[in-house]
Write a protein that binds this ligand. Structure first.
Ligand code: MG
Length: 459
């Protein structure tokens, strides 16, 4: 074949899914045999044709899901972009900025799309951009899996385990109610249970409040603003009651059940050290977020003072926050929220980094991670050696109906289905029947919880 005609032919082949590999092989075949014999290899090139946000709240939780459509009819991917507290801003970031940036791009180029999106607004990091990018990123992995006709856990290396162990949330107004709820979880098959108890009269994280917290405020009824807190919380009462809760649970439940606790970042470094030391004898699976991200530099001190396994990081966004804690072996479990750091692509790197430093994954996974996000986390957990635990969320019926293929909870494990990609879909007509709750765009409770003197609490 004349060289010019050969190249013309090869470029056509490239358009059908060829590559530089094909070019080299074909040239070899051509030069040795005088004609091209190798058939085109690889998959046909695709283009991203549309990017859409799906806003739905099937059980009252505002979810943001991104749908990436391609030039192959019927081939699309789904990703979780749920920043439930600021969902409308993520929608704008996807629809007004990432969509025009990415339409026309090749959906196979997942890493380059992530890297170029990361710098596309010049100022980078932050929950809005990262959640928007996560929606795209997970959707591209979903597309990749569908193109390979493999469930994503296969594409990521294959299963290391048959399912992901879950932990259940048990709380109560008093020790007995917490114990009863832990027992219910154990009877349902859970081997790991997180336990939280209300602090009488205070608005405590993870529990329904008991009594009127406003009664704890020292402000007069005529005061307003920070001098008149409505939701009052005090660290002293909290750090005194939590060890007593676990003393109660261990004395009643024995040592077999794995117990967890979430501090939720509200206490001082000195209180965190004391609380962790007080909890050591109850052999917890982990103590979560004993410090806020602003106190990251206190972790070396905490690590030297206690043997309690430490989980950290659901508020983290950037590598500057989580890499030092992992690389310096200061934590045992990394808790980051997949969509909050930009999706599956960065999470794969975090998981791989953790393997070499003895840090296991325990991705943040409450109800404000959509079932699409849970499926993405599960794919990584099934194929990651240093998986620790999956935060359990019992998907309500309406949510499972909106998201066919939702991962299944059985006997305290989360199971993936074996469908290609993330194995999950969204029924858009049904999703539209569950609009966001009316009224305030969010309940804003995080910014309303204060000390008795009115100082706002960093949750
Ligand atoms: Mg937490």
């Amino acid at each position: 074949m004349h060289r010019r005609n050969l190249l013309k032919h090869l470029w056509a082949g490239t358009a059908l899914g060829g590559s530089s590999l094909l070019l080299n092989q074909s040239l070899t075949a051509s030069s040795s045999e005088g004609k091209m014999t190798s058939p085109p290899r690889g998959l046909p090139r695709l283009k991203i044709t549309d990017v859409r946000t799906i806003m739905t709240a099937p059980n009252g939780i505002r979810l943001v899901v991104v749908k990436v459509l391609t030039s192959e009819p019927g081939l699309y991917g789904l990703g979780c972009a749920t920043f439930t507290q600021r969902a409308g801003v993520v929608q704008a970031a996807v629809d007004q900025y990432l969509k025009p940036f990415l339409v026309g791009r090749d959906p196979d180029e997942i890493e380059d799309i992530w890297q170029s999106s990361y710098v596309s607004s010049y100022w980078r990091n932050g929950p809005v951009l990262f959640n928007a990018m996560s929606g795209i990123d997970m959707a591209l992995w979903d597309i990749k899996g569908k193109r390979a006709n493999m469930p994503l856990h296969q594409l990521l290396g294959g299963k290391c385990r048959f399912a992901a162990d879950l932990y259940y949330h048990a709380s109560g107004r008093d020790f007995q109610e917490v114990e009863d709820n832990v027992r219910k979880a154990m009877e349902a098959g859970y081997r790991h249970v997180r336990a939280q108890v209300a602090v009488p009269g205070l608005a405590t994280y993870g529990t329904r409040r008991t009594g009127q917290s406003a009664m704890s405020s020292d402000a007069g009824p005529a005061d307003s603003g920070p001098t008149s807190p409505v939701d009052v919380w005090e660290p002293g009462a909290y750090v005194r009651i939590v060890p007593r809760l676990f003393e109660h649970l261990r004395s009643r439940l024995g040592e077999e059940v794995e117990l967890l606790h979430d501090v939720h970042e509200r206490i001082s470094p000195a209180q965190a050290v004391q609380l962790c030391r007080d909890l050591e004898r109850f052999h917890l699976y982990f103590v979560e977020d004993p410090l806020p991200p602003e106190e990251n530099d206190h972790f070396p001190h905490l690590r030297r003072q206690t043997s309690v396994p430490i989980a950290m990081g659901e508020l983290f966004n950037t590598q500057q926050e989580y890499v030092p804690l992992i690389a310096n072996r200061l934590i045992d479990f990394i808790r980051i929220h997949l969509s909050q750091i930009g999706g599956l692509s960065p999470a794969r790197k975090v998981a791989a980094l953790g393997e070499y430093f003895g840090v296991k994954t325990a991705w943040h996974g409450p109800g404000d991670v959509s079932p699409v996000g849970h499926a993405a986390g599960l794919a990584l957990e099934l194929s990651t050696y240093n998986f620790g635990i999956h935060e359990g969320y019992v998907f309500p019926r309406e949510t499972r109906e909106v998201f066919p293929g939702c991962p299944e909870v059985r006997n305290g494990y989360l199971y993936a289905n074996e469908a290609p990609g993330l194995g999950i879909d969204v029924d858009e007509k049904l999703a539209a029947k569950f609009p966001y709750p009316s009224g305030e765009p969010f309940d804003f409770d995080w910014g309303r919880t204060r000390r008795r003197d009115g100082t706002v609490i960093r949750p």
